[in-house]
Write a new protein. Sequence first.
Length: 123
Amino acid sequence: MIQSIIVIEPDPLVRMDLMGALQDGHVDAILSECATVSDATPLVLQAKGPVTVFVNSSLMPQLEPATQHAIIQSRGKIICVGDARPTVVPITILEKPFTTPMIMDALSNGAHGRPVSRPEVRT
């Protein structure tokens, strides 16, 4: 089955950054982008394989329990983008500012309930 990745982000620049990183990372998935949770919900519920959702932390309260359940049941994951600490479990937190390696780490491993670590910069 093909994985679906849905980016739910109201800020068009952040949404474009996330989509660009996913496309550049050669992610083998159906990629979709939405500005609102209501636009993304039908995509989640109609997906035929695992669904991973990158959702802005301010929109987490709008992610209905049935939608959350559908994501988890699909063997997908919820990746919360931002600083908030939502109570949805399991969840991966991708803090801003993020990098492409952080996005790829969130997809592959994901530190459930903990922020994805920022890479160390040594000079």
